[in-house]
Design a protein around this ligand. Structure first.
Ligand code: NAP
Length: 247
């Protein structure tokens, strides 16, 4: 599962799961560009990651930003082998009947349209070279649903369906598209839930492994899917969820 000589872009790589994935890809031998919306934060994270890491500010939901990212990565690396669509948000925790259209749209823009925009921009480059691996960070939300998260669940399920469609279009042309579906992971995204004793206990009770994951526990599956060890895989979802989906 070594990635020596490979190049990777990890969206939302400045912290949390994306940062852990970037570190694992670097450890496996790849050069890695992380993205997010703040250049200063990215420069700091890239410096901490060390040799082979760089950061480029790009809002995944903004078409011009994504094209600028793809152009920059292409000129820096001379071709991107691995795209990890990790950037994601879930800022509203409310039932659908109380959800504003703008709130729905905000989540769809980043978590679904953002994945499409990045996949299209880097997919065009990968198809031209006849080689590439795209990995989407989805969620157990796509499979079992989560309360007060209709847009989030719809977006994540949409991304997994997109990977199946892209597999029909791209697999024979050398570009593989797979998903990693995490369960609950200790990051800023879940800090509010984890700090609430009742909510955290509910999550732990629902999870067969009875705990939240560390971000680094998501990274191994991504390295595997990025590597030649997964050369016959496309359209698949690897659940890294402490058993959540199985039960
Ligand atoms: N944590 C969990 O329990 C969990 C479970 C299942 C799935 N996931 C998924 O895993 C992924 C990472 O989540 P996380 O928990 O690591 O979240 P996080 O700690 O909040 O980090 C999110 C990352 O995405 C970036 N980001 C946010 N909006 C962006 C945008 N519009 N364009 C580009 N970058 C953006 C953030 O940087 P800036 O804010 O600086 O832009 C940050 O680097 C998400 O797709 C999430 O849905 C997480």
């Amino acid at each position: 599962m070594m990635l020596n000589g490979k190049t990777a872009v990890v969206t939302g790589g400045s912290r949390g799961i994306g940062l852990a994935i970037a570190k694992a890809l670097l450890d496996a031998g790849a050069k890695v560009m992380i993205t997010g919306r703040n250049q200063e934060t990215l420069d700091k994270a890239a410096a901490e990651l060390g040799v082979g890491a760089s950061g480029f500010a790009s809002d995944a939901s903004n078409e011009a930003d994504v094209q600028a990212l793809a152009d920059h990565a292409e000129s820096l690396f001379g071709g991107v082998d691995i795209l990890v669509n990790n950037a994601g948000i879930n800022p509203y925790y409310k039932r659908a009947e109380h959800t504003e259209l703008a709130e729905w749209q905000h989540i769809i823009d980043v978590n679904l349209t953002g994945v499409f925009l990045c996949t299209r921009a880097f997919g065009q480059q990968m198809l031209a070279r006849g080689n590439g691996s795209i990995i989407n960070i989805t969620s157990v939300a796509a499979h079992t649903g989560l309360t007060r998260s209709a847009a989030y669940c719809a977006a994540k399920a949409g991304v997994e369906a997109m990977a199946k469609s892209l597999t029909k279009d791209w697999a024979a042309r050398g570009v593989r598209v797979n998903n990693v579906a995490p369960g609950y992971v200790k990051t800023d995204l879940t800090a509010g839930l984890a700090a609430n004793d009742t909510l955290r206990a509910t999550i732990e009770a629902r999870t067969p492994m009875a705990r939240l994951a560390e971000p680094r526990e998501m990274a191994g599956a991504v390295v595997f899917l990025a590597s030649d060890a997964a050369s016959y895989m496309s359209g698949a979802t690897v659940a890294v969820d402490g058993g959540w989906i199985a039960t």
